[in-house]
Design a binder for this molecule. Structure first.
Ligand SMILES: [Zn+2]
Length: 276
């Protein structure tokens, strides 16, 4: 099984200094949309999708004017998962499964590029996205799943996994790909754990935003906490799950690699380590 680390989108909000640290300069930040492309025995599997082609072609209608103005996504279609997959000689239909950490617009945008894939998401997240509360309406964009999506909704907590819980997501993959419920950022937010030949990878989605949050003691810019609190649906749960992730990352450094969706430094390090 080969696992590639891709960035399927780029966010360039103003305030790099606030988001990355005082020595980072005054130019806009550049945040990635970290996705995994897994070459499995029965086809390709994507973990998160970043933005899709349609999002970048009609960004203000698909993503909304306020998100586009604040997050400033780079309108570069070569970043889309479908473009990167085609550049490797595959077709959209070769992607058999998509696992999503959550359904926020910067994670689910690529769904419409892979209409034949089975889409795995936690039940609480599916429920939130299909029936959003007032303050959730801007983050979920129904246009991203207007096509007939083959949803596979997973419920509950699953079984014990390294001090957390994991739901076996793909029948036939054994215990190798798990949804790890980590609610707080959104109602049904999950991490996705993938067993690679070099150990476990845990894509923590938006459970945290900056690599310094996984250090012991944590060291990260104060603005990160402000942004996370503005975006979370449950602050207490988000912080509790971040603490659990940090404990896991510290305790099992040798056999679990934890990373989040938007930290470019984590992506760079994992890409430099090569395919596994
Ligand atoms: Zn995100």
């Amino acid at each position: 099984m080969i696992i590639e680390h891709l960035s399927c989108g780029s966010l360039c909000p103003h305030g790099r200094r606030w988001l990355s640290g005082a020595d980072a300069g005054h130019e806009p930040a550049e945040l990635c949309c970290h996705c995994l492309l897994i070459h499995g025995p029965d086809g390709l599997i994507l973990v998160d999708t970043g933005f899709g082609r349609a999002d970048l072609r009609a960004s203000s209608t698909r993503l909304g004017r306020s998100f586009t103005a604040i997050a400033r996504p780079r309108l570069d279609e070569s970043l889309c998962a479908i473009a990167q997959i085609e550049a490797r000689g595959f077709r959209a239909a070769d992607v058999r499964h998509i696992l999503l950490t959550h359904l926020d617009l910067d994670h689910a945008g690529g769904l419409s590029d892979f209409p034949q894939a089975t889409v795995h998401v936690h039940q609480a997240e599916h429920q939130a996205a299909m029936h959003p509360h007032l303050r959730e309406r801007a983050r979920y964009r129904a246009c991203q799943w207007q096509h007939p999506v083959r949803w596979q909704v997973h419920a509950g907590e699953g079984e014990s996994w390294m001090g957390l819980h994991g739901i076996k997501a793909l029948p036939g993959s054994g215990d190798d790909i798990l949804l790890i419920p980590l609610p707080g950022h959104t109602r049904g937010h999950c991490g996705i754990a993938v067993r690679s030949p070099a150990g476990w990878l845990l894509h923590a989605g938006d459970a945290y935003f900056h690599h310094g949050e996984m250090l012991d003691p944590p060291r990260y810019p104060a603005a990160i906490e402000v942004v996370e609190s503005l975006l979370n649906v449950d602050r207490r749960q988000r912080r509790l799950n971040r603490d659990r992730l940090r404990a896991l990352a510290q305790r099992r450094q040798a056999d679990v690699r934890v990373f989040c969706a938007h930290d470019p430094q984590e992506l760079k390090l994992l890409q430099a380590a090569g395919q596994v």
